[in-house]
Unconditional design. Structure first.
Length: 382
């Protein structure tokens, strides 16, 4: 049972509770409080329907946004914080990804539609824990257990397959029961119903976990990992984790994947920045015994963070990574305007001369200053 006053979790939460005294914290925030880990989102549920919620909050001077009225959800903005508040619901029908819901005032009915027992708890303003399915005991024992029959819960929403492995990496200390493993394996065809964006969202959060390897190995054994990342090899990631590499999802993805990174970026529909970062990690890196001249040349062409990532993937030494992190990255000291000021006419030849000077500067170990580079123009072949 958490000892901290729940109302002190975020500025503004007390005011929201003043307006909606029957509301409770639900889901991840309750789980994280019990687990003693930092929580990110604060979600609440309440018996009041959305229109009544918005009326009460508005009367208290709290701004609301109708972020998901079709599902009974609004967002309250108070003291610079966002609080997602949802009316208690029960499922009427499900199709493997979306549910048709009806409102209810029964907290147990609402909890029964959640995925895992550790996510089905709620906490009232006085700190009272409402735990209908033994989530607190499961969390303490390191057991990730579905609410109800695993196969039924997965058929309601196949995203729960990936959510299982994400939460397994974070909270589980015991292997799943055989019926859970069978249900997860049987649900693999249903993953085709999920949007690629949702798949990457879950995989990325799994890869950000402190210790994702056991979960990924289990995913691979049950056929889940090949369904979402066909060229993934957990053994490659194991070496990276054993070396103590940082918990960077794209770095871990690069280690896990054995095929074409462009095809992987297309498959997961990575953002432009994510694609660029992933592709940049697949490239050359200096050897452990590289001298400072070689490191300067590498740093002149590639950001240190990328080179360090490549060094992790290549199994380079900690000494090399430290040198890459501390050696100042050289910057070519000339621009086109410098050549114009030196009397070169504008046009294609100016760009060619600038490129030739940069090659001369790079070949020399990236140490020549602006004056030396300008003086070198006279020696360039015409």
């Amino acid at each position: 049972m958490p000892r901290r006053d729940p109302a002190t979790l975020r500025p503004g939460l007390a005011a929201v509770w003043d307006a909606l005294p029957r509301a409770r914290l639900v889901g991840g925030v309750v789980r994280d409080l019990l687990a003693g880990v930092e929580t990110v989102d604060i979600d609440l549920a309440t018996p009041e329907p959305p229109d009544a919620m918005m009326h009460r909050l508005a009367a208290a001077g709290i701004k609301t946004i109708p972020t998901g009225l079709a599902h009974g959800t609004i967002t309250a903005l108070c003291a610079g914080q966002h609080f997602e508040i949802t009316t208690l619901r029960r499922d009427i029908a499900t199709d493997g990804r979306h549910a048709v819901v009806a409102y209810t005032e029964d907290w147990r009915q609402d909890a029964a539609r959640r995925d895992f027992t550790c996510n089905a708890m709620s906490l009232d303003r006085d700190g009272g824990l409402h735990d209908y399915f033994g989530g607190a005991a499961d969390l303490a024992a390191g057991v990730l257990r579905f609410v109800g029959d695993p196969a039924t819960r997965l058929a309601e929403d196949y995203l729960r397959v990936l959510r299982f492995f994400r939460f397994y990496a974070r909270f589980a200390r015991q292997s799943p029961a055989p019926d859970v493993c069978q249900a997860l394996a049987d649900a693999v065809p249903g993953l085709a119903q999920l949007s690629v964006e949702r798949v990457w969202h879950e995989v990325k959060r799994l890869l950000a976990a402190a210790a994702p390897l056991d979960s990924l190995v289990l995913m691979h054994r049950l056929g889940v990992l090949p369904a979402v990342l066909p060229n993934a090899n957990p053994a490659r990631l194991a070496a990276l984790l054993a070396a103590g590499a940082p918990a960077e999802p794209l770095l871990r993805l690069a280690a896990l994947h054995t095929g074409d990174p462009n095809a992987l970026a297309d498959r997961l529909r990575l953002s432009g920045d994510e694609r660029q970062h992933l592709l940049a990690l697949i490239g050359p890196v200096p050897a452990d015994d590289a001298d400072d001249r070689q490191l300067r040349q590498a740093l002149a062409d590639t950001p240190a963070a990328i080179l360090i990532g490549r060094a992790w993937l290549a199994g380079r030494s900690a000494s090399l990574r430290q040198r890459l992190a501390t050696l100042p990255a050289p910057v070519f000291p000339l621009h086109g305007r410098d050549l114009l000021a030196a009397g070169l006419p504008p046009g294609p030849a100016l760009g060619q001369t600038l490129a030739a000077l940069r090659r001369w500067w790079w070949d020399g170990g990236c140490t020549a200053d602006r004056t030396a580079c300008l003086a070198a123009m006279a020696s360039l072949p015409r």
